[in-house]
Each structure stands twice: as C-alpha cells, then as structure tokens.
Ligand binder design. Structure first.
Ligand SMILES: [Zn+2]
Length: 363
C-alpha cells in the first residue's frame, strides 16, 4: 500500500528531466514501429531493452545502442522517435525536458548532422504546436569515441543552432564509451563551446580511475555533471575532486536504474545519491535511457524514496530544486517555479496517503 501511494505521488509530481539520451529513451512501442519499418534488419526487441532485474555490463549497453542506431537512420525515423519520446515524458508528468543526442550522418539515407539536429528541433516545435504540456530543449552531444576533430565540428554546429533555434538548443553534452579516448583532447572544443555561450553537461567519473581526466574537465568548469559515480573518496575518487564540485556548486545528474543495470553501482542502497544528498548538494534525479533500462522518471523518484526513505515533502523539494539546474534562461525557471507552486496543494491533496493517515490517528 505504502509503495503504491508513493508511486502515485511520484506520478502526479511535476518533474524536470535533464539527462535523457534520445536514442536510449525510445520506448518499447516505438521500437516495435521501427522494427516493422525495417523487417530486413531481423532485429528482435530483446536486443534493445534491459528488463526488470536484468543487468548488463556497460560494454553490453553500448552494444544495445548500436542496434538502436541501425533502426533510426532516416529523418522520418528521427522525427517519429523524438515526438514519441517527448510525448512519453509529458505523459509521465515531466514539465521541462532537456534531450541530448549525437548528430549522426548516414550516407545510405542522405542524412547529415545538420539535418539530424534540424529534425529534432522540428519534433520539439511540432509537439509544442500540438499543445503537449512540456518545455523541451536540446543539448548537442559530443561522442568522445569520435575524437577531437569531430568534437570541434559538433561544437561549431551547436553554435549555429544556438543562434538560430529560438532558444531550443542550449548546450553541449559529452558522452560515449568512457573507456575510449581522453578528455584532455576534447578540452579545446569544450572551451570553445563554453565561450560561445553553450552550457556544458559532461559525463564524468562514470567508471573508476579517471581522476586525472575528471580533474581536467572540472577545471572548465562544466555547468552540470552526468553520473559522477567515482568522484568521491569512498569510490576511489578524491576529496579534491569533491571540493571542486562543491566550490563551483556543479549539479549532478543521477540515474539510479541506469547505474545499477549498467553495473557501475552494485545496488540501489549503495548509489552515490546518498553521499551528495547528505551534503545538501544539488542532485537531479534523471533516467539516462528510459527505453533501454525500462524505466521512467516517476519510477526513478519512487526508487529514491523507497531506497533512502524520502518523504513526499522531500521528493517535492527534490523535483523543485531541479528547476535551478536547467539550462534555459532565468525567465523559464521563474515560470516553472510558479507552475510548481500552483500545483502543490492539489497534488498533496489528491495523493493523500489515507492508510498512513488512519494509522497515525490510531497512534
Ligand atoms: Zn548518459
């Protein structure tokens, strides 16, 4: 009963999603549609998702993305995938979403990197015109596997869209297999992006023993950190890395299911959410890849609540504090805060835990 009530509360809770890779967020239903479009690929759905209780290594997770990339290789696919993903986040109560994706070119279908980003922007605008209740922005992703030249090219592309997308493109993401390449080679591209006004969200210390790279990247400093699993001393990081994060007040994007299923964190109770939350440091609950890991943001909030014993009030504060970590301008933050204030009384009333209420009065 308790779990059900917290679950209901988390669904009703207005939420902010800041760490969502477009291709990893594709749902079961959308994958089915894509498979039907491309029967010649002989792809089975079991190759694209990691179900309840299943775990895969980080390497295996990257294999899953390869399969999804095969399924999404035309403008038409990207448009469908992006509009579906946006609608699904909206249905889950997400009011503000930052999507991220690496622009890809596909020689076979004539897709270019520029068209790739344009198509995602088109999807965002289409959802807006249809009245889908969600504010969506986009981060252009740099895949570290592709090296420094590709990174610079991506930054230049993002700069163009920063000026032409009417505020929809707000920043850069650094992601891809953390064991490939070194962050220091990407510093010039990231520095350039930063100087042009692009916000930076960097996957950092996602795997152990990257102290030197994390230190270099933290010196930029980034505007947000993805995962940061191995930053603190208990996980083989260092106090000086933690101090840099704290000093610059850099919010962390934390994705519980992704880390446990991807086996970088041994169990939910050992997740580094606890470490940073206890420090009072801005920690934003996110999904990473809701499709691949079979989750959604409501479920992630519920997991945090059940694992670390957070009250409804604490969950509310967690979702509200995420507003301060968004990359859209101050006016958007203010609007979202009003929205949260408007919704608060209603949500606490409709999800009132009757069972708890009765037991409390008995006591
Ligand atoms: Zn990620």
């Amino acid at each position: 009963v308790m779990d059900h009530e917290v679950g209901l509360f988390c669904r009703e809770l207005p939420k902010v999603e800041l760490h969502a890779h477009l291709n990893g967020s594709v749902s079961y239903q959308t994958i089915e549609k894509l498979i039907r479009r491309k029967p010649h690929l002989n792809i089975e759905h079991s190759m694209t998702a990691i179900g309840k209780g299943q775990r895969r290594t980080l390497e295996e997770c990257f294999q899953v993305f390869k399969v999804i990339h095969q399924l999404v290789d035309t403008e038409e696919d990207i448009l469908m995938v992006a509009t579906d993903v946006i609608r699904e986040f909206a249905e889950d109560g997400v009011k503000y979403l930052e999507l991220r994706s690496t622009p890809r070119e596909e020689k076979n279908t004539g897709l270019t990197k520029k068209r790739y980003v344009e198509t995602i922007i088109k999807a965002i605008q289409q959802c807006k015109n249809e009245g889908v209740d969600i504010d969506v922005r986009f981060l252009v992703a740099i895949d570290r596997r592709n090296g420094p030249e590709a990174a610079m090219e991506t930054v230049k592309l993002a700069e163009e869209f920063l000026l032409s997308s009417d505020g929809l493109v707000v920043g850069l993401d650094l992601s891809g297999d953390p064991k490939v390449g070194h962050g220091k080679d990407l510093l010039p591209a990231l520095q350039r992006g930063r100087n042009s006004g692009l916000k930076l969200s960097l996957h950092l210390s996602e795997v152990p023993s990257q102290l030197e790279e994390s230190d270099l990247l933290l010196n930029l400093p980034p505007d947000r950190i993805g995962h940061g699993t191995f930053l603190h001393p208990e996980m083989g990081g260092s106090q000086s890395l933690v101090d840099k994060v704290l000093k610059n007040n850099i919010p962390l994007e934390l994705c519980l299911t992704s880390n446990v299923k991807g086996q970088t964190v041994p169990s939910y109770s050992k997740h580094h959410f606890k470490y940073w939350y206890q420090l009072g440091h801005p920690s934003v609950i996110c999904t990473d890849d809701k499709g691949v890991f079979c989750t959604d943001l409501s479920h992630e909030y519920q997991l945090v609540a059940s694992t670390f014993g957070l009250s409804r009030e604490a969950l509310w504060n967690l979702s509200q504090q995420a507003i301060d970590c968004i990359f859209a301008p101050e006016t958007v933050k203010q609007q979202l805060k009003w929205r949260w204030t408007d919704l608060k009384h209603h949500i606490f009333t409709v999800t009132k835990p009757e069972a708890n209420y009765v037991s409390q009065t008995v006591v």
